[in-house]
Design a protein around this ligand. Structure first.
Ligand SMILES: *Cc1c(COP(=O)(O)O)cnc(C)c1O
Length: 223
């Protein structure tokens, strides 16, 4: 199947209210343009340097979502155009995003990344750490960021019950924050979960944003 057949199949299968981030990491501008030319505008990258290198060569109406661990010293380069940073994993990072957004006189949408997997390598908050951030004076003073929801990655495993349990945990965290911190805030509405291997489960568990690379572009040849 071609890239566009893959995407068309996914768009048919995934309910229309769920947004699909086409994760284009490692893929060239020509492949991204193939998808762009079908009318798709939402793309995701997980390495800042790669996004910084690619973005100037691609149409400016692409909505870029950043989905990987972001170093604070890279924020300034993507702040002028990034549409959403899904991978906020520290107060320090959020502070820098707010500062750079202010510099460019914009509002940057963010998601808090939660650690839900049983894997060492994944980034993200636990509930207590997130509450400490959300209750801090620093956060309360931030005018140029908007926290729109949560993001998480399930364990890379064949055990689908485990994956489902992790997505349920993320949904429960989302609902907890919605009831206790973002009460009545309609902007807090996003639950970003699901990748090529587990998006079907994520959709069943209430995902509003899926992040799909391999199932659109094919296997990545580089890491
Ligand atoms: C690479 C990546 C994806 C997409 O992974 P696929 O398995 O290729 O769909 C989703 N989310 C994050 C955070 C990623 O780094």
């Amino acid at each position: 199947m071609t890239i566009n057949e893959n995407l068309a199949r996914l768009k048919k299968e995934i309910p229309g209210h769920i947004r699909i981030v086409a994760v284009s990491k490692t893929h060239h501008a020509s492949e991204i343009m193939e998808v762009y030319d079908t009318g798709h505008r939402l793309f995701g990258e997980n390495r800042a340097q790669e996004l910084i290198d690619k973005q100037p060569f691609l149409p400016s109406d692409i909505q870029w979502h950043f989905i990987g661990h972001l170093q604070t010293n890279k924020v300034k380069y993507i702040a002028p155009y990034i549409s959403m940073i899904q991978s906020i994993d520290s107060l320090k990072l959020l502070t820098e995003v707010n500062k750079q957004a202010q510099k460019y006189n914009r509002m940057i949408d963010c998601l808090l990344q939660f650690y839900i997997a049983q894997e060492e390598s994944k980034f993200g908050f636990d509930r207590k750490e997130a509450l400490a951030l959300l209750n801090s004076q620093e956060y309360k003073g931030m005018k140029n960021i908007r926290i729109k929801g949560v993001m998480g990655m399930a364990t890379f495993t064949e055990n689908l019950n485990q994956v489902r349990g992790e997505f349920r945990l993320l949904r429960e965290i989302f609902q907890y924050l919605k009831s206790n911190i973002f009460t009545g805030d309609d902007e807090f509405c996003e639950l970003s979960m699901g990748m090529s291997g587990d998006y079907q489960i994520a959709v069943q568990e209430g995902s509003t944003i899926v992040r799909i690379g391999t199932a659109i572009f094919g296997e990545r040849t580089v890491a």
